[in-house]
Design a protein around this ligand. Structure first.
Ligand code: PRP
Ligand code: MG
Length: 212
């Protein structure tokens, strides 16, 4: 019998809550932390622990059938991937921020500025829609340090509690999008595995309702 293959963030903010949802669905997963793959004992499901940014491509290629992933990652790298459930955790924003000392009145103030980000597509399409041209510097982490070391005039990154912005003397000036964890589905999912997905969705919906 086939099993549905689900991608879960390997490490990071979504990992724990993603596994918690599966657990609350009554699915027990043998968890060798270092293993990249685990099989559920009582549900036809295999978990693949993957890097966030790689998950959209795995879904597109049908290497995994479904994923628990931040909506922000899909907006950046997988606008073509369908979302079937919003999971109501890992809520955050993707925002533009500038040094606290900078006088800021509108998004036009970014014209010609250097922006450091791990979300180039997201920020580009947002600013293009506003008719603002910028110079993007793509970096993979610790984006908030960029203005302090003279690499950029502003940043675009995830904001959750706001504490990273605060610690780096930055202020959030534009919210580009609001995001939360979602259940996403490969366009190549088989009929048999789609039937398993429907069973899983039924359980997830019960769990989400009970949490409210
Ligand atoms: C993420 C994100 C922000 C921060 C937002 O970084 O890139 O920097 O969390 O959270 P906050 O508003 O609650 O402070 P993370 O700590 O995951 O590290 P990274 O940027 O190096 O990947
Ligand atoms: Mg960060």
């Amino acid at each position: 019998m086939s099993k549905i293959r689900i991608a879960v963030q390997k490490s990071g903010r979504l990992n724990e809550d993603s596994l918690k949802v599966l657990k609350d669905c009554g699915i027990s997963i043998d968890n060798g932390k270092d293993q990249l793959k685990a099989t559920a004992r009582n549900f036809p499901l295999e978990v693949f622990y993957l890097r966030n940014g790689d998950i959209p491509q795995y879904l597109r290629d049908g290497v995994v059938d479904i994923a628990i992933i931040g909506e922000n990652v899909l907006v950046e790298k997988g606008v073509d991937i369908a979302i079937v459930e919003k999971l109501n955790f890992s809520k955050c924003r993707v925002s533009l921020a500038v040094p606290k000392s900078m006088e800021y009145s509108s998004v036009k103030d970014f014209e010609g500025k250097r922006i450091a980000t791990s979300y180039p597509n997201t920020v580009k399409s947002y600013l293009e829609s506003k008719g603002v041209n910028v110079d993007l510097h793509i970096i993979n982490g610790s984006v908030e340090i960029a203005p302090n070391i003279g690499l950029a005039d502003g940043i675009c990154d995830i904001v959750s509690s706001g504490s990273t912005l605060f610690k780096n003397n930055l202020k959030e000036v534009e919210i580009i999008l609001k995001s939360e964890a979602v259940l996403a589905v490969s366009p190549l999912i088989s009929e048999e595995r789609d039937a398993i997905l429907q069973r899983l969705r039924f359980r997830i919906n019960s769990v989400l309702q009970a949490r409210n």
